[in-house]
Write a protein of this length. Structure first.
Length: 154
């Protein structure tokens, strides 16, 4: 697996990955706002992808590099690759690449009562990376609860 900055040609693959998680997050692929956000992150070099040795897109991450509070805006791993270290590699690369000093990394994920909280494995994933649950966040576009997870970085 290779983790690198996303390129323009990765855009269709990132939308393909988004289609795999729309049942949890609501429509994204056809949403012009989502498409614009992905394109903006690619242009700003704040999008990271994981690819296989055969150039298959395994996962992607959109990162907000605004110290001292950094943000994982979006993280997705291919259904076939979940549980194989792709998400961990994306977070590690983004942290090395973008985090410049003390602060925190925040991500908004499912609230504990959201059906995707267990099914997606997102909360457990972030907890295994030493993120801790913090305050509640605004509900997602589908109306489900959300919670901020935070990691202190030194």
């Amino acid at each position: 697996m290779i983790v690198r900055l996303a390129r323009e040609q990765d855009f269709p693959g990132l939308l393909g990955l988004a289609s795999q998680v729309e049942h949890w997050f609501g429509p994204m692929v056809g949403d012009p706002g989502f498409q614009s956000a992905v394109e903006k992150h690619i242009r700003r070099s704040t999008a990271v992808v994981a690819v296989s040795s055969r150039s298959e897109l395994l996962g992607g991450l959109l990162f907000g590099a605004e110290p001292p509070t950094y943000h994982v805006h979006w993280l997705v791993v291919s259904e076939k690759q979940r549980g194989k270290g792709v998400g961990r590699a994306l977070i590690a690369d983004a942290t090395r690449r973008f985090v410049l000093g003390p602060g925190s990394i925040e991500v908004v994920t499912f609230g504990a009562d959201h059906p995707g909280a267990v099914a997606s494995g997102a909360r457990v994933f972030y907890e295994r990376l030493d993120f801790t649950p913090a305050e509640a966040a605004d509900p997602g576009p589908e109306g489900g609860s959300r919670q901020i997870y935070r990691l202190t970085v030194v």
